[in-house]
Design a binder for this molecule. Structure first.
Ligand code: MLT
Length: 334
């Protein structure tokens, strides 16, 4: 007879079969703001490789370099609404959507690669991830480290704040960076990343700041001559996933995505350590002239920290948030 035992057996068999069905293969799209050869691409490639491994070859992803899928700030909106899967972009282009990550773009807070790794990979980084999910609908799952944003321009060597005064400088549409230049007496030109190369080429602006890795990947040496080694922002460039997409994944898939992001993050620190000196030398060989700021940058530092930090305590979630970061880095609080 058709016993209860038979029915149970059939049910167990059906369950086994169902769990053996692999998750539908996915081919995700990853927007990348910069060109080939930079830290963003390196993070992306490491992520794709790790994702393929960790999903047992089921899932893969493709990088779309040079802002092909939209300007960096626009990719945040696209990911939040679910029309884009992943994006790799500079942290300063997430700040407008999640002011709490502004702590990472406050001038002279992150002073080395080690500082950047410590904060982003620790408890504070996890809090920023959580807040960015709430504020912006995107989840940071990996971090690229790109080095200090050095100042470049086409006109003259700059070593002092006074040297800056007659230059037109492009900045991202980021209030903290705008205010930092204002503290140096300059009214900068906020402009989307996707328009920056053309603006430098057509001399709509004289200069901009970005890390050596980015200057190289974007071939800015073709349109910029002078570099000043300012260190006001250590550039951190997150890999974000659409939170809508993330929540639609199974627990195993989520775990694979997170683990792949962690692996790519570790690879990114190593990439910068291995490459930055060579990239800088290559830019010099291509004719860029590099100067250090006068007096160990003292004037730039004093003006920016005094004028800019207090303006953003509220938006980053209170002065205590900054103090938490400073304490974690063994530095005096404010
Ligand atoms: C910017 O200046 O808008 C960004 O830093 C560009 C980038 O992602 O490299």
């Amino acid at each position: 007879t058709f016993s209860l035992r038979t029915l149970r057996r059939a049910t167990v068999l059906a369950m086994l079969l169902a769990s053996a069905v692999p998750a539908a293969a996915r081919d995700f799209r990853i927007a990348v703001g910069d060109g080939a050869g930079g830290t963003q691409e390196a993070l992306g490639l490491a992520f794709v490789k790790a994702l393929e491994e960790k999903s047992g070859g089921t899932h893969t992803a493709k990088l779309f370099l040079n802002g092909q899928l939209g300007d960096e700030q626009d990719t945040v909106t696209a990911a939040a609404t679910g029309t884009l899967d992943f994006s790799i972009l500079a942290i300063n282009n997430i700040t407008p959507f999640s002011p709490s990550v502004g702590t990472l773009t406050l001038p002279y807070v992150i002073l080395s690669l080690e500082d950047a790794e410590k904060i982003t990979q620790g408890e504070i980084g996890q809090q920023m991830v959580d807040r960015t999910v709430e504020d912006a609908g995107v989840r940071i799952i990996g971090w690229a480290y790109s080095g200090f944003r050095v100042l470049t321009n086409s006109k003259k060597p700059v070593t002092t704040v006074a040297d800056l005064q007659d230059l037109v400088i492009r900045v991202p549409k980021n209030e903290i960076m705008i205010e930092t230049y204002k503290s140096w007496g300059v009214n900068p030109t906020p402009m989307a990343w996707s328009e920056t190369f053309a603006a430098l080429q057509q001399k709509v602006v004289d200069g901009q700041d970005n890390p050596y890795m980015t200057v190289h990947a974007m071939k800015f040496d073709e349109v910029q001559k002078y570099v000043t080694n300012i260190r006001y922002i250590f550039s951190i460039e997150p890999l974000i996933v659409s939170e809508q997409l993330f929540q639609s994944l199974s627990a195993e898939e989520q775990a694979a995505v997170l683990a792949a992001g962690q692996e790519a993050t570790l690879a990114s620190g190593q990439f910068l350590r291995d490459q930055e000196a060579q990239i800088k030398a290559d830019l010099q060989a291509k004719g860029m002239e590099i100067s250090d700021p006068a007096d160990g940058e003292a004037e730039f530092i004093a003006l920016a920290t005094t004028a800019v930090w207090p303006k953003f305590y509220d938006s980053i979630g209170g002065k205590d948030v900054l103090n938490g970061v400073l304490t974690a880095l063994d530095r005096p609080t404010v």
